[in-house]
Design a binder for this molecule. Structure first.
Ligand code: GCU
Length: 643
């Protein structure tokens, strides 16, 4: 922020230290700078409106009110409610007009011309994608305006209130009572804004513009093999906190130890130096730390008889962090994950990751998954397959999915949506990808189930691409050096030997696990081709395969050479697991994919009809023959690895 150098405050201090409220319009930037400087010199309270504010971690463990429910909505493909006729954004012009939807105008008298009305408009459920709620919107890509009204009385006048979104796809502009809070870019990560200075006790009007248009410079970019579900697709929550509160913390088991719990707590507010109590009652830990001038404090505990978290015993401990008599509670599992040569070690023991890929979609409903019930349906199916691991493709899934995986003892791969042909040489694209990675690590760093951060999926090798991915890996390790880094790397053939497949991606040296997708037997020949393939993988690191598979329409039968038959997919799975088991470093696999899923790229009539049919379960919940091949293989691997 340009003002920080003037008053010498750091980012965090600046956001809150002086409760500064700065309302300014781009056109009046010069004047507002002058006004602002005068205000500050006179000590007049002003508050900054940030494009995105530091994330509040563990919203479910705090004092919250839900704004989920029915919101009025207006479809706005020409963005009539955002731009005036000169195509100037209304929220950047000095004289807001009746045409600006964010003002949520009501007709004051019969002479007033207003050409929209949220009150008279239909409603959509929030959270939820719009595509599956109204047939007119199934393929819609553009802007939809959401509005809900609410009353709010603070428990204590000195408290602060934040508005938190679990996610909204893809670009959102958020307004409260006619004031712009900010713009958020990215469809799968949380964001929040302080609204203390804008909140009324009654009749608050919250207006959110969501635009899911795909863009070349976006993350993901224009081309993806999944449905572009738009909307406020995750929970919307009001979080009330004391003026100085616990914004973020880490509590985890130190790598290489069996019982050394370390971490930090970070405050947000005007009084940075505070006492914070950390307790884990079941381990008889209660400790008080004092934060420093930046609001941060670190701690180490060495409890006796700590039960470490693992898939068979997903032990979670209640952790309480208290500051200013306000307690944040969490349920945290303690485990370590590392690699040693070709092995992946969970709590020091070799493990084989028996996985499956999952898109964030409830196929039975044909819409974006968002609820605890959706998460339960998906992870129950993974458990039926005897999985101890899931690859959550190709973007961060909802927090409810990760918290359920913690409870069920299912290990998780989380992925930044750096998918296919990203604009590698665009600085804005890189900062977008870095922000999304930062936000998912901030949100989930205390979740024992999460063991792998994936930087990308199937990205064509180039110098710009590898440089881009290295920056992501560096950021991930800076934020969290306790987990493993990977990606779906590139593979290639050998003209001199048609049966050889080689993994030698330049990014492989920067990851902990050498992982790739392969489609021998579907995009690359027929299933019996698997029997001829030799894998050439020269790395002394664990190797995982994050995708293999082929389409099958459930209930369509034929022989193992009939495309889209269950028998073809069944034979492909049987031959593939045999082929992959020959790789000496083979330590995990997640076939593509648990359920059939919607994709506009899959339009073969009477077979795909807008669905990618690579699921081992179809969209009405029926299992395909390949499901049982995979389960048998996992039953054998469970016996072999005892996990
Ligand atoms: C790719 C990609 C998936 C896609 C799959 C397919 O590997 O990672 O997102 O759906 O192939 O072709 O079905």
């Amino acid at each position: 922020m340009w003002l920080q150098p003037i008053i010498g405050l750091t980012g965090e201090d600046f956001h809150v230290k002086n409760q500064i409220i700065i309302f300014f319009y781009k056109r009046y930037m010069k004047t507002s700078k002058l006004i602002l400087t005068v205000f500050l010199c006179l000590g007049i309270p002003v508050l900054t409106i940030a494009a995105s504010e530091p994330l509040i971690q563990n919203v479910p463990g705090r004092n919250t009110s839900s704004l989920n429910g029915k919101w009025n909505y207006i479809i706005d493909p020409y963005e009539t409610g955002y731009y005036d006729y000169r195509y100037m954004p209304y929220d950047e012009s000095p004289a807001p007009s009746n045409g600006a939807f964010y003002l949520d105008k009501k007709q004051a008298d019969k002479t007033e011309l207003i050409e929209y009305s949220f009150d008279k408009s239909p409603t959509l459920w929030v959270p939820g994608d719009w595509n599956s709620q109204d047939n007119r919107l199934l393929y819609y890509e553009g802007t939809i305006w959401y509005r809900r009204t609410f009353d709010y009385k603070k428990a204590d006048a000195s408290n602060r209130v934040f508005l938190h979104f679990g996610g909204a796809n893809y670009e959102s502009d958020i307004y409260l009572n006619g004031k712009k809070l900010g713009k958020h870019i990215g469809g799968f990560t949380p964001f929040n804004y302080e609204i203390t200075g804008f909140l009324k006790s009654e009749g608050n009007s919250l207006v959110v513009k969501v635009d899911n248009k795909r863009k070349r410079e976006a993350v993901p970019t224009l081309n993806t093999d999944w449905w572009n579900y738009g909307g406020i697709t995750r929970d919307v929550t009001l979080v009330e906190v004391t003026s100085t509160f616990i914004q973020d913390y880490l509590v985890g088991l130190k790598k290489g130890t069996e019982n050394e719990i370390t971490g930090y707590v970070r405050l947000n507010g005007p009084t940075m130096q505070q006492k914070v109590r950390i307790s884990i009652p079941e381990l008889k830990i209660t400790s008080e730390v004092t934060t420093d001038s930046t609001g941060k404090a670190t701690f180490i505990f060495k409890p006796k008889n700590l039960v470490r978290w693992d898939p068979e015993h997903p032990k979670l401990y209640q952790v309480e962090l208290t500051c200013n008599d306000r307690k944040v509670t969490d349920n945290i599992g303690f485990r370590t994950i590392e690699t040693r040569g070709n092995d992946i070690l969970l709590n020091g023991q070799p493990i084989f990751l028996r996985g499956i890929c999952i898109h964030e979609e409830n196929a039975l409903r044909g819409g974006r998954a968002y609820s605890a019930q959706d998460a339960q349906m998906l992870l129950n199916s993974a458990k039926e397959l005897n999985c101890n691991y899931v690859r959550l493709a190709h973007y961060p899934h909802s927090e409810s999915m990760i918290r359920l995986a913690d409870k069920m003892g299912i290990l998780v791969w989380e992925e930044d949506p750096v998918y296919w042909t990203i604009q590698w040489d665009n600085p804005a694209t890189l900062s977008n990808a870095l922000q999304q990675l930062t936000d998912v690590i901030t949100r989930d760093k205390n979740r024992a189930s999460v063991i792998i951060w994936s930087m990308a999926n199937e990205t064509p090798v180039s110098e710009a691409r590898t440089g881009f991915l290295k920056k992501l890996a560096t950021r991930a390790r800076e934020l969290d050096n306790s987990r493993l880094i990977s990606a779906a790397l590139e593979i290639h053939g050998n003209p001199a030997n048609p049966n050889e497949r080689i993994v030698e991606d330049p990014f492989a040296e920067f990851v902990d696990i050498v992982n790739f997708n392969e489609y021998v037997g579907w995009y690359d020949g027929l299933p019996d081709k698997c029997d001829q393939i030799e894998w050439n993988i020269k790395y002394n690191k664990p190797v995982m395969i994050s995708e293999f598979g082929g389409d099958a329409l459930q209930g369509m039968h034929g022989d193992n050479r009939t495309r889209f038959s269950e028998e073809y997919q069944e034979d492909l799975f049987a031959r593939t697991v045999k082929m992959l088991s020959k790789i000496p470093q083979f330590r995990g696999v997640s076939p593509w994919i648990l359920y059939d899923f919607r994709s506009p790229k899959r339009m073969l009539p009477n077979i795909q009809d807008g669905w990618n049919r690579k699921g081992v379960i179809c969209q009405n919940g029926n299992k395909k023959k390949a499901f049982y091949v995979l389960k048998d293989f996992y039953d054998q691997m469970e016996l072999k690895y005892k996990h």
